[in-house]
Design a protein around this ligand. Structure first.
Ligand code: 0WD
Length: 266
C-alpha cells in the first residue's frame, strides 16, 4: 500500500467522539471494513459484530488494529443473538451515533440460472438476511441514538437494471433501497438519517457467490467514466461523508460509488 492509499493518513477527525456499530465485516476485503477503518481514522470508537466463531479469528485482529475490543457475535436470523448483541453494545457504549449495515445473503443456487426458478425458501432467506435485517437492526439502534444518528447500508445497481445471475439479490436490493426511503421517513424527526451506498462490484467473499462476476469487473474498468473499478476505500470514504455531519441534510438517498458506471447508457 502506498502512502496515498493508506486510509489512516489525511483523514480529518470528523467522527471524533462518535460511537458506531459495524455489522458485516467478514475479512479484510469486506466493504464494511473499508467503512470501519475510514471511520476509525476519523476518530470514531467502534464496535463490531461477527457471524459465527469461524469469522471471529478474522474480525478480531481487524478490530484490534483500529483500537476496538468490543466484538459481539450476531447472526441476524437469530433473534436472541441480536438482542444479546445490542445489550452488550448498549452496556459498553451507552449510546450510538452510527450503524453500518453491510450484509446480504442468497444461496449459490439462486445466484445463477433463471430468477423465475428461485425457490420459496431461497427467496425468503435472501429477503430476511438482506432486507428484513435492516429494519430489525434499525429498530434496535433507534432508542440508542439519543442525539440523532446516521445509518448506512450497502446496495448494488442490480436493483435497478438486470445483471446476469444477480437474480433474487436484485429483487432484495430493490426492496432494500425502498426500505431506506421508508425508514428515512420514520426516523427523520429524531434527526436519524439513513442512506444506502450503491457500490460497483468489488471482489469480496459475498461477490464470489455471484456467477460470472469476473466479466463485470473488466466491463466496468473499460466503460465507467473513471475507467477503473472501485475498491473498499472508495466506498469507505463516501461512507465517512454519510456517517458524519458533513451529510447532515441528506437522508433516504442511494449514493452511487461505482466510478460513474450507472450514469452511462452504453
Ligand atoms: O461487489 C460487491 N462486493 C458488492 C457488495 C457491490 C455492491 C453491494 N455489495 C453489498 C453486499 O450485497 C452486502 O450487502 O455490500 C454488502 C457487503 O458485502 P461484501 O463486503 O461484498 O461481502 P462480505 O465481505 O462477504 O460481507 C458480507 C457479510 C457476510 O459474509 P459471508 O460472505 O460470509 O456471507 O455479511 C454477513 C457475513 O459476515 N452475513 C451475515 N451477518 C449476520 N447474519 C449473515 C447473517 N445471517 N449472512 C451474511
Amino acid at each position: 500500500m502506498t502512502e496515498q492509499d493508506d486510509p489512516t493518513l489525511n483523514t480529518p477527525p470528523i467522527l471524533a467522539g462518535k460511537k458506531g456499530l459495524v455489522v458485516g465485516v467478514a475479512n479484510e476485503r469486506s466493504i464494511a471494513w473499508g467503512l470501519a477503518r475510514r471511520a476509525a481514522s476519523a476518530g470514531a470508537e467502534l464496535a463490531f459484530t461477527y457471524q459465527g466463531e469461524a469469522l471471529l479469528k478474522r474480525v478480531q485482529p481487524l478490530a484490534e488494529s483500529v483500537g476496538s475490543n468490543l466484538l459481539v457475535p450476531m447472526d441476524v436470523t437469530d433473534e436472541a443473538q441480536v438482542d444479546a448483541a445490542f445489550d452488550a453494545v448498549g452496556k459498553a457504549f451507552g449510546s450510538l451515533d452510527f450503524l453500518v449495515h453491510s450484509i446480504a445473503f442468497a444461496g449459490r443456487e439462486d445466484l445463477k440460472g433463471r430468477t423465475l426458478d428461485t425457490s420459496r425458501d431461497g427467496f425468503l432467506m435472501a429477503m430476511e438476511i438482506s432486507v428484513y435485517s435492516l429494519l430489525h437492526l434499525v429498530r434496535k439502534v433507534e432508542p440508542m441514538m439519543n442525539e440523532g444518528g446516521s445509518i448506512v447500508t450497502m446496495t448494488y445497481y442490480g436493483s435497478m437494471k438486470t445483471v446476469p445471475n444477480y437474480n433474487v439479490m436484485g429483487i432484495a436490493k430493490a426492496s432494500l433501497e425502498a426500505s431506506v426511503r421508508y425508514l428515512a421517513g420514520d426516523l427523520g424527526e429524531k434527526n436519524i438519517r439513513i442512506n444506502a451506498i450503491s457500490a460497483g462490484p468489488i471482489k469480496t467473499l459475498a461477490a464470489s457467490g455471484v456467477s460470472g462476476l469476473r466479466s463485470m469487473f473488466s466491463q466496468l474498468a473499460e466503460r465507467s467514466p473513471l475507467r477503473r473499478n472501485v475498491d473498499i476505500d472508495d466506498v469507505g470514504s463516501a461512507g465517512l461523508y454519510l456517517l458524519s455531519e458533513l451529510s447532515k441534510g441528506v437522508t433516504g438517498e442511494v449514493h452511487y460509488v461505482d466510478a460513474g458506471f450507472s450514469t452511462t447508457a452504453i
